[in-house]
Write a protein that binds this ligand. Sequence first.
Ligand SMILES: *Cc1c(COP(=O)(O)O)cnc(C)c1O
Length: 331
Amino acid sequence: MRDAMARAPVGDEQSDSDPTTRALCDRVAALLGQEDGLFMPSGTMCNLVSILVQTRPGDEIIVDDQSHIYNTEAAGSAAIGGVSVAPLKTAAGIYSPEQFEAAIRPPARTAPRSALVSIEQTTSFSGGSVWDLADMRRIRDAAQARGLKAHIDGARLLNAVAATGIPAAEYARGFDSVWLDLSKGLGCPVGAVLCGSKEFVVEAWRWKYRLGGAMRQSGVIAAAGLYALDHHVAQLRVDNENLHLLHAAIADLPGLSFDPTAGQSNILCFSVAGLGVSAAEFAGACLAEDVRIRAIGSQIRVTTHLDVDRAGVLRAAEVIRAVAGAFAAKA
Ligand SMILES: *Cc1c(COP(=O)(O)O)cnc(C)c1O
């Protein structure tokens, strides 16, 4: 990847004349079955720009209550777009089409206007759950029939593809905006690609420019994305398999509790409350054995990726078992 970056032909991205960036955008747009795409510094900016283009100040967007947009984007949609968020309570980050339809506000002088719905495929903080394609389409159709835009936060869309075999373009079809992160499982140092119709991309470019997201010789980093699409997509299947392996190795541990839907892609969340320790203490004990897992609130969140091979995953499982055993003995 570093080599491909060093050899990339470059130009000026701001005038759309960086050939490597153009090639990356065309490639991702084709992968997602969308008309056009633009290169972004981050997934966070993809979500923000999608919201800015498709809402007006005072509008409301509908998301799940564990979503990245709601929890970890520093309220960008409110701070910059003047948009409020209606978070839906979910199990494992997936809301139902019925729940969504009930959340759309009837037009009223007194109410915010429901303007956009976002689906996170796969879910990030809810443990990598994979949305059902038919449900996504029902939500998309219901949204568009009521005048809302339908957005996919596809940071890990290709992990869903790896899990189900359903092509990315099938998931993305008919959605108004959709993006992929290059810096998650695809293993690039930076970047994301945001796609939609030609008209959407024209407006998205204006916001990208305003927010300081326009670049110059971005081919150097876009080349990493092209390299990843050639060489790292198959790895996502391995990441999902490694997660299943880890899940199977720790599923029976007393004191750990898992959601019944846990382990669908490359993220696993579980609670250690049954051991009488906090998630932070548990993660700290694993880190002391060189296994880096994350405490998020009361949950542990584990992610497999291209820098952790099968042997590493088995070792992580051993450490988690040992740590859980040690805490159980003290309890
Ligand atoms: C990581 C992530 C983002 C943000 O992407 P960055 O490239 O880190 O800005 C948005 N949504 C989801 C679901 C994510 O996992």
